[in-house]
Design a protein around this ligand. Structure first.
Ligand SMILES: *Cc1c(COP(=O)(O)O)cnc(C)c1O
Length: 292
């Protein structure tokens, strides 16, 4: 069910130089709609649900959530009933993401932003003994375990640094667990003021490996996308043919470029950027904003 064979590594000529190699692991290539890390984060939850004879999956997200669409798609494929608790009131026209999720059979339940904060209470409203609840963004130990498998898709032993974007920190936790002892793992936090990310990631790790989180590349906050970021994305597309999204990967690539220009990495570093996919956020932009 998890189509992993399209993943490839792309070298970024315009980032590297004689002494530094910069590559991107293109997890976004997995699938047109369900791209990136969400596949990895979901798989052990779904397996656990099936093992426990659960027939319904309940999860949470916003109107442009990559996690919502991935869950909807996976549940349709596994013949599981699927309920998506969506933050915010229902609008007359569904976002592209939600429409797509609905087409995959997800039952959408809209709750106010206030009510959304108390997830266990909402979940209990829809839950029964056949239901399995997956946290927003797939946060949790099984999510991290799945994310650890990202580093198994190809031989990553030659890299000195592995860098990924982080929202809940679940992918970061898994990558830190799976990284080799000589590799430094860096997370680019896309949320503003989410100070607990280090502890939250640590809590769901299997190992005590070290990692670094950089907090200054959020561009104003979650999903904020000033013109400077849009220009950066279009330039990146022109130069490297690399599509990125406004929420996660554009900020990740910007951060790596910034770190390179401030000589953050020692000479002879070999850097692997995890392109975690997720192009749903871009669908919120007016047509023509992006070149891709
Ligand atoms: C969800 C997502 C992330 C963040 O993953 P976490 O495990 O929540 O930190 C990063 N990149 C993309 C493209 C995503 O969709």
């Amino acid at each position: 069910m998890f189509p992993l064979n399209n993943i490839f590594i792309q070298n970024l000529q315009s980032f590297g130089n004689d002494v530094t190699i910069v590559d991107v692991l293109r997890l976004d290539a997995i699938h047109k709609i369900v791209s990136g890390n969400k596949w990895f984060k979901l798989k052990y939850y779904l397996q656990e649900a099936i093992n426990n004879n659960c027939t319904t999956i309940i999860t949470f997200g916003g109107a442009y959530s990559n996690h919502i669409i991935a869950t909807a798609f996976a549940c349709e494929n596994l013949n599981l009933r699927c309920i998506g608790i969506i933050r915010g009131e229902e609008s007359t026209t569904l976002s592209h993401t939600l429409q797509q999720a609905k087409d995959y059979g997800m039952e959408l339940q809209f709750v106010s932003r206030e009510a959304f904060k108390n997830k266990s209470e909402i979940a209990s409203k829809y839950s029964n003994d056949k239901a399995f609840v997956i946290e927003e963004g797939g946060y949790g130990e099984l999510g991290a375990k799945g994310a650890a498998d990202i580093l198994k898709v190809t031989d990553i032993s030659s890299y000195t640094h592995i860098i990924c974007a982080c929202g809940t920190g679940t992918m970061l936790a898994g990558i830190a667990d799976a990284a080799l002892p000589h590799q430094q793992v860096i997370g680019i936090n896309v949320l503003k003021g989410y100070e607990n990310i280090n502890e939250d990631a640590r809590q769901i790790m299997q190992s005590k490996k070290e990692f670094i989180v950089l907090n200054k590349y959020h561009f104003g906050g979650y999903a904020k996308h000033p013109q400077q970021l849009i220009n950066w994305m279009n330039n990146l597309w022109r130069k490297e043919n690399l599509p990125t999204d406004i929420v996660y990967t554009s900020k990740l690539l910007f951060a790596v470029n910034d770190l390179l220009s401030s000589e953050y990495f020692l000479p002879n570093s070999k850097i692997l950027i995890i392109h975690s996919g997720g192009l749903q956020g871009n669908l919120s932009l007016p047509k023509g904003t992006l070149l891709f």
